[in-house]
Design a protein around this ligand. Structure first.
Ligand code: ATP
Length: 238
């Protein structure tokens, strides 16, 4: 598995009356296959995830992916790390389904005809072949999320970071996307409010108020999050 390393990472953002610390000093090594990240809205999960492919830069400290610095080697890091957003509209930019996957393949396939063939093969792999020439605007929410994920996976990243990929989906589509995520060979960093999905991870980080307050096996991590929501003090795993 890849190795993601945070060393003394802090993120602050300027606000009207000074700086706001949105990620407090964090050191972590992430090398398990499936890592869940759970926590309340605004706790800092997305900030943590966006540091992995340098969508957010650390204010202090360093983040490295297989030894590549997300600050100095951002382009190489982005080739290793695929990112799926909550709202697929953020990444579906082409008019039709097949064109959208072709856009992802522009680096790996320079010839147009090869690119189209490869894009159709990707759509076939994810059960989207029948929709190849449809406008992306006519797809259902589940189909759109599946297409966004297919576009990212088409580039064969070593790591997939998925930021609440099922939040906008109904139960059936949540299961479909969840099953896909957990069938992938890639390392998965899964931010989710779906505690059933979190329970399937090998390791879960619980984030609260800009820090990782629990880091361990999925069952105890989910329990600690539920207890914190219910107002019972979070217990340290150690
Ligand atoms: N560029 C920014 N400027 C000011 N505040 C920011 C900025 N980016 C994030 N924040 C704040 O930092 C906090 C953490 O945000 P983040 O998006 O990481 O939370 P999250 O846990 O992913 O939340 P959600 O579950 O709602 O997506 C929030 O209070 C957010 O408003």
């Amino acid at each position: 598995m890849p190795r993601i390393e945070f060393v003394d990472v802090e993120v602050t953002v300027p606000i009207e009356d000074g700086d706001l610390e949105i990620l407090r000093r964090t050191s972590l090594v992430l090398s398990e296959h499936r890592i869940g990240v759970i926590g309340a809205n605004g706790s800092g999960k997305s900030t943590l995830a966006r540091l992995i492919n340098s969508l957010v830069e650390p204010t202090r400290g360093t983040v490295a992916v297989d030894g590549l610095s997300t600050s100095r080697d951002a382009a190489a890091v982005r080739r290793r790390v695929g990112f799926v957003f909550t709202d697929p509209a953020a990444q579906l930019v082409m008019p039709t389904v097949v064109e959208d996957v072709q856009l992802s393949l522009r680096r790996s396939h320079s010839r147009r005809s090869e690119r189209q063939r490869a894009a159709l093969a990707v759509l076939d792999r994810y059960g989207l072949a029948a929709l190849a020439h449809r406008s992306v605007h006519t797809l259902s929410g589940g189909q759109r999320q599946l297409l966004a994920m297919a576009g990212v996976l088409a580039t064969d990243p070593a790591i997939l970071v998925a930021d609440e990929p099922t939040t906008l989906l109904d139960l059936g589509n949540t299961r479909m996307i969840g099953d896909l995520l957990f069938s992938l060979p890639q390392q998965l960093i899964l931010l989710t409010h779906d505690l059933d999905l979190a329970r399937r991870c090998d390791r879960v980080l619980v984030v609260a108020d800009g820090r990782v307050v629990f880091d361990g096996d999925a069952g105890p991590a989910v329990e600690s999050y539920i207890r914190s929501v219910e107002g019972i003090p979070v217990q340290d795993p150690a």
